[in-house]
Ligand binder design. Sequence first.
Ligand SMILES: [Zn+2]
Ligand SMILES: [Zn+2]
Ligand SMILES: [Zn+2]
Ligand SMILES: [Zn+2]
Ligand SMILES: [Zn+2]
Ligand SMILES: [Zn+2]
Length: 279
Amino acid sequence: MHYVYDISLADIDRSKILPRLRESDTFGLLWEASQRDLIHWPGAAFNEHEELPTSYAPASDDLRGRLNSILPIFCPNLNCMQAKCPTHECLYPVYDAEKPKVTSISMLLSEGDPCGEECFRYHVDDSYADTVNWEGPDSDILAVILATTADLFPCLLAILCHKPCREVFVMRSRLFPDHRIQDVVDEPIERLRKKKFFKDAAKLGSSNVNPYVPVPPCHHKGPCDSRSCHCYENSLHCSRNCRCDLSCQRRWKGCTCHRGTKSCQKDTCKCLRSGRECD
Ligand SMILES: [Zn+2]
Ligand SMILES: [Zn+2]
Ligand SMILES: [Zn+2]
Ligand SMILES: [Zn+2]
Ligand SMILES: [Zn+2]
Ligand SMILES: [Zn+2]
């Protein structure tokens, strides 16, 4: 149908005559057909047509697609940092679009050392900003990175984007103008003031060494103070890999054994005592 009548694969699916051509990485009519070892027969039908697509891997320049395809299987535990780790078998959530909380002006006023001669911490005036004009893939890459980590400082973004820090700062402030960031900031602070959240989190203080239960990291809208958060629901600490804010009151505060020259010992390390990996 595709080659003879020029019907697109999407239209063939829409007609619902055949089973779906592609359901997932490992399921669907096209995938199943590609798993058969057909003998290459001279003169066999359709030999002159190119093969139907069987790989749905994102294109090499599709950063968003590549991130979304690797993130669910990439184990972010510091002891692993690899895809399909055999120790922690769970699917990790993809990153949601994150709203920026740090304004350009507060980045400029923040303390920190310049990353180099072209750091945004040196004066960036309007005439300099007018000279910055990114187009095409460069600005797409920045938009994808900022969509997942909206408040990453330009010094680090510059490394990821292979661009001068000052230029990254200008482009970020165009994507996230300060007046739009201010609106977002006030809202979660109000929610965090709810006493219930703190009362409940206090019960889970870091002295509490409930045995660690390996559950997938939580991933939901809003703070971890409602039934939508399974850490809250199961009275567990949030873990390093949870997708809540870093300031989440439920988060497990790791041990400090490594601050000295000590290593983690079973009787003194609270991570070991509760059966957690230190990270
Ligand atoms: Zn792992
Ligand atoms: Zn910098
Ligand atoms: Zn949560
Ligand atoms: Zn959590
Ligand atoms: Zn949390
Ligand atoms: Zn420790």
